[in-house]
Ligand binder design. Structure first.
Ligand code: SF4
Length: 410
């Protein structure tokens, strides 16, 4: 007899219409993955409908994406028609992951990452190529960002590339990434954007592009002339967290193997242990992740590693309770931070950070590790210094990008 909660879990990883097909596919994947009996490979959610903004319907990018998606097409006057179609669903957030809306980015493609004054910020720039994600992490902040969230891809690439030209003309050292409002690589199935971006960034010497992902959709990167101006980065977590909280994502082993491939193709790498979760046995498991990381890639090709513990806006709690009833992540000991987000009690965060940092530094004492959104006290007690001691966090990261990616400071 299979427990209902186990079935729900299996169905979340393998979203089949009924229990029988769910179990059939589960057995199928277990059979093919005997070396990792609890880790099941990625099965992306499929697009059930393609909405096209009438204003962009004639752009060549739209024709190209249409040819790669086998789903009914609806041309709409505005986004409200897409929202209305989601509102009827039992789970509009889930539905929003299966509906793709092609439209124009009416704002800026290049935006400053919205940091918080109370915490050390790194001056990262966001390249805003689209929104939302086909994967489904219980803790994903994007579930609360848009109203309702919908998979949206901006096709006015002439504007995007002209903004990049203007950025490159400034010749300031800049770090920019596509993985803030979406996963950088989910678009590989339908677009050639990474190909174009990697080539574009390879032609200049002041800016690095970071492609951040939980997928293994890297094949398109293989033969590109990147000139080390693109950093391919993975979010890492323990097998337990990936299995229980990161649905439709690649397993840890798959992510690490993909990272090793990118390294063999000459790409610089980044890794993000964010969010880390505190649970019984977490220290042993995070230590194992660090060991597995350095058994796959060399520290000299790693531009940076970020670490950060789970934090969430209170509005995310009810979404997790409703969409992921088996998840326990919101029931820890949390206190509100200065930005209104709930965080683990500070001494608990510091304890885990100190250990993580020591495990990583064992492999390379010089590697750049940083916190996203922590204060000076946490830096001092965990790292033994504050960013200001080293010229500030932006300077620390810029220096590493200059050295590993060969940026030109002159
Ligand atoms: S992979 Fe990232 S963007 Fe996608 S659901 Fe998970 S946290 Fe959200």
């Amino acid at each position: 007899m299979v427990e209902r909660s186990a079935c729900i879990g299996i169905q979340r990883r393998l979203p089949c219409a009924d229990l029988f097909s769910c179990l059939t596919r589960y057995v199928f994947f277990i059979t093919f993955r005997l070396k990792e009996p609890y880790i099941i490979t990625t099965i992306p959610l499929l697009i059930s409908k393609l909405y096209i903004d009438r204003q962009v319907a004639q752009l060549p990018q739209v024709a190209s994406i249409r040819s790669r998606i086998d789903a009914p097409v609806v041309v709409v006057q505005n986004v409200q028609e897409v929202y209305d179609s989601l509102a009827l669903s039992d789970d509009p957030i889930q539905k929003g992951k299966t509906v793709l809306f092609l439209t124009r980015n009416k704002g800026a493609f290049i935006k400053k990452c919205p940091g918080t004054r109370a915490y050390r910020c790194c001056n990262y720039q966001i390249l805003h190529i689209g929104t939302f994600c086909t994967m489904d992490c219980s803790y994903c902040i994007l579930q609360t960002y848009f109203h309702p969230p919908v998979l949206q891809y901006f096709v006015n690439h002439d504007d995007l590339f002209s903004e990049l030209d203007n950025l490159f003309l400034k010749k300031n050292i800049t770090r920019i990434g596509t993985g803030e409002f979406t996963d950088s690589m989910i678009w590989e199935m339908w677009t050639d954007l990474s190909n174009q971006l990697v080539s574009k960034f390879s032609e200049q010497f002041h800016t690095v592009l970071e492609l951040k992902t939980k997928t293994t959709a890297i094949d398109g990167l293989k033969r590109l002339g990147h000139n080390r101006k693109t950093i391919v980065a993975w979010s890492l977590n323990t097998d337990r967290v990936i299995r229980n909280e990161e649905f439709h994502t690649a397993s840890l082993s798959e992510r690490l193997r993909a990272a090793a491939k990118c390294e063999s193709w000459g790409y610089p790498l980044g890794f993000h242990f964010d969010p880390m979760f505190i649970y019984d046995g977490c220290e042993k498991e995070y230590r194992e992740v660090v060991e597995r990381l350095f058994s796959h890639v060399s520290s000299k090709n790693i531009v940076w590693i970020s670490i950060g513990t789970f934090r969430f806006m209170p509005s995310l709690k009810s979404i997790i309770q409703k969409r992921f009833p088996e998840s326990k992540i919101i029931y820890g000991e949390f206190i509100p931070g200065l930005d209104g987000k709930m965080r683990y009690f500070k001494p608990l965060r510091i304890e885990l950070y100190r250990k993580m940092i020591s495990w990583i530094r064992k492999y390379d004492p010089e590697i750049v590790i940083y916190f996203c959104m922590e204060d000076d006290e946490v830096w001092q007690k965990s790292m033994g210094f504050i960013p200001q001691d080293r010229g500030g966090l932006p300077k620390m990261l810029d220096t590493s990008a200059v050295s590993v990616c060969g940026l030109d400071v002159g």
